[in-house]
Design a protein around this ligand. Structure first.
Ligand code: GLC
Length: 695
């Protein structure tokens, strides 16, 4: 059951797809149903708290740092451009305010509020969950399973919890996902391997990458183009010398089975004569300062204006501009810098200069000891003070950015997706974003931003996948190999061995880092076989993906949700279920030839030594050490389930759906319902079909 509580007069976020009738909270009594689960305090802002039992786990928060169980730390929902995701960071690029307390009395909460939301989940006091917001205008949704009130099944929906044995977590997630609407489904080719790098400067670089993959028979579907394809980092322009004919290049690549995925940044360069800038200014499509002038922020192009994506007209205008690239044969985009990232504002710069002047005046003062202040003078990058310096026009209302900060990237992506409905009404295009809020999952996917070539970030990638799924973000993935710092061959191989299971499988690296295309390393066979295995898995991953989108379930699930009564399964966070058949146990530590794995039930260990060769070993429930060399991929098939594998190939255009190898336990009759479609038609309900594969 879902109950919606309206506090004050919230800003409409359009996070939910269905409008639920709300209980307006005017006095404590109105929120009695919510107060049965949490303590509410509305005296100074909004505070919601609850004492956690020792074995309560807290799940959710989507793109957040640390573990799957969020207990023991604090998090702040505030879309943040921070490329150093060290353990202490409390905010990443997305703001996903859904969480669940799972224990004796399980429930879910969705706090629909578009600015900062602080979660203290056993950080200040080990047994206290506290959610605080400075404001008191918000919608809070309480999601329960109905079991505790004496009913056996989940009342919200006929299918998910029809069986009273459905774990609470899955029951709550299904209801929440129904509320927020069906997740975005990309075209099939988006499940192919993507190579990316900041620093592919021209056509020659792109051709070199294509050649590096094709000549070495390393599978590849797409090359993503970073800001270097643009002219002076101007959105919707293509550099005339470096990329003289994008249509021709795109056609040439398509002949090789390759797609381009250009980046689009949020900030529009301020430049006289640049039509996007001129049109935006003329039509008041940019975010404004309090005095009505267009706000100026420094980003990659230098000084920019921010399109007001919260203004429906500006959204329509900006979305329409993608046509300039779709007309050149482009079918996929990544939206970036849309938290929005602000390297500096003019106001911030002036303030910093004033501080320097003050310090200079005191330079002969022997008592000058403001060491930290000095260091922070030019720390004006992504300064929250800037969020109070510009405004949006939301349906005629002037709203300061800090009050709606987390909706910005969401609405940039929505602008594109809504335009695609007109630009190509029948075809699915690929779209993913860096910043997001719940609701954006209906319009596109996300990548998890600027990680580093660190082993700890491979583990973070593993742990984040289920939380993203809980919040509706199914098409997601991290920069494989790591974006910042120099990768190593073994890290890339291990990361790819996990990445072959993530819907978005993209190797991306920062300017100045070691080149990390697979062909840059010794022992290409190892890379080739792992990539080919990805292609063998695509029919299963795509099928499970579409099922998860349509049934509001998880593609990646923590073991805790399948075996809630098994303490070890509940605590294992470095193994994941993938769809109905698989359990993954990726190796994520350097200089290891395997890892310890916990099997909540007997399973079949599958170990691929090449894309075609594998061993199957039946294993009992319990703890095991499994070996897995750098060039191997090991995972498990659950009892009673099948894994269909198509023949290896080098791009999705070559996928062969007529010859499946069916892996599963010997001696038992097994079957799998494979979802398939043409890979691009939008109307999946009409065009998709299920094929029963049996053995
Ligand atoms: C941002 C993006 C990164 C991109 C870079 C240059 O840091 O997160 O993926 O490569 O900008 O555009």
């Amino acid at each position: 059951m879902i109950q919606k509580f309206r506090f004050g007069t919230p800003i409409e976020t359009e996070a939910t797809a269905a409008a639920l009738p709300a209980i307006s909270v005017n006095c404590a009594q109105d929120a009695a149903a919510l107060a049965a689960y949490v303590n509410l305090n509305l005296k100074k802002g909004f505070t919601l708290s609850r004492t956690l039992a020792d074995d309560d786990a807290v799940y959710g928060l989507g793109e957040a740092n640390r573990g799957i169980n969020k207990r023991g730390y604090r998090y702040v929902s505030c879309c943040t451009d921070d490329p150093n995701h060290t353990e202490e960071k409390v905010s990443l690029y997305g703001a996903h305010n859904f969480l669940m307390v799972i224990g004796k009395e399980s429930f879910g909460l969705f706090i629909d509020y578009p600015a900062d939301v602080c979660y203290d989940i056993g950080y200040t006091k080990q047994d206290q969950l506290t959610v605080t917001i400075e404001d008191t205008n918000l919608d809070a949704y309480l999601i329960t399973c109905g079991k505790e009130s004496g009913t056996d099944s989940c009342p919200a929906s006929p299918h998910p919890c029809a069986d009273a044995s459905t774990p609470d977590a899955l029951c709550i997630i299904r209801q929440f996902r129904e509320l927020i609407g069906t997740s975005y489904i990309p075209p099939l080719w988006a499940f192919g391997y993507i190579q990316s790098r900041w620093g592919y400067m021209d056509e020659k670089d792109i051709r070199r990458v294509a050649k590096g993959y094709r000549e070495n028979h390393l599978p590849l579907d797409s090359i993503s183009m970073d800001i270097d394809y643009m002219e002076d980092y101007k959105d919707f322009t293509v550099h005339p010398e470096r990329f003289p004919d994008l249509s021709a290049l795109s056609a040439e690549m398509k002949e090789q089975g390759l797609h381009f995925i250009p980046i689009i940044d949020a900030g529009v360069k301020i430049e006289k004569g640049y039509d996007v800038y001129e049109d935006g200014v003329k039509n008041n499509y940019f975010c404004k300062r309090a005095d009505g002038t267009d706000f100026v922020a420094g980003v990659w192009p230098g000084k920019t204006h921010f399109p007001d994506f919260l203004n429906a007209d500006a959204r329509k205008w900006f979305g329409g501009l993608y046509k300039r690239l779709t007309d050149a044969g482009i079918e996929g985009f990544w939206n970036d810098m849309n938290e929005p990232a602000i390297f500096f504002s003019e106001e911030g710069l002036e303030e910093a200069a004033r501080k320097v002047e003050d310090l200079l005046k005191r330079k002969d003062d022997p008592k000058l000891n403001d060491f930290w202040a000095m260091q922070n003078v030019f720390n004006i990058n992504n300064d929250h003070a800037d969020y109070k310096r510009f405004y949006h026009n939301m349906g005629g209302k002037k709203i300061r950015h800090d009050k709606v900060h987390n909706l910005y990237g969401y609405n940039m992506t929505r602008a594109a997706a809504e335009a695609f409905d007109t630009i190509c009404p029948d075809k699915r295009l690929l779209l993913f974003s860096r910043s997001s809020y719940i609701g954006m999952h209906r319009y596109g996917g996300i990548w998890t931003g600027d990680n580093q070539s660190w082993w700890s970030h491979l583990l973070l990638n593993i742990k984040m996948m289920p939380s993203l799924n809980m919040c509706g973000f199914l098409y997601s993935g991290a920069d494989l190999g790591g974006f910042g710092s120099h990768t190593t061959r073994d890290l890339l191989l291990r990361w790819l061995a996990f990445g072959i299971f993530t819907p978005l499988m993209r190797n991306h690296a920062a300017l100045g880092t070691r080149e990390q295309e697979c062909y840059q390393f010794e022992g290409l066979d190892d890379f080739r076989e792992i990539l080919k295995l990805r292609y063998r898995l695509i029919p299963y991953i795509y099928s499970e993906f579409v099922k998860a989108a349509q049934n509001n379930t998880l593609l990646f699930s923590p073991l805790a949700f399948a075996w809630p009564k098994d303490k070890a399964a509940c605590e294992v966070e470095d193994q994941l279920l993938l769809g109905e058949s698989l359990m993954l146990a990726p190796v994520y530590q350097q200089n290891t030839s395997g890892r310890t794995v916990y099997l909540p039930e007997g399973m079949l260990l599958v170990k691929f030594t090449s894309a075609k060769e594998y061993t199957l070993t039946k294993m009992d429930a319990g703890w095991h050490y499994i070996t897995c060399a750098l060039n191997e991929v090991a995972f498990f098939i659950r009892p009673g389930h099948l894994l269909p594998l198509c023949p290896p190939c080098e791009c999705t255009g070559e996928l062969d759906y007529t010859k499946f190898e069916l892996l599963g336990e010997a001696g038992t009759e097994l079957s799998y319902e494979l979802y398939t479609d043409d890979g691009y038609t939008k109307d999946i309900k009409q065009h998709g079909k299920f094929i029963k594969l049996a053995r």
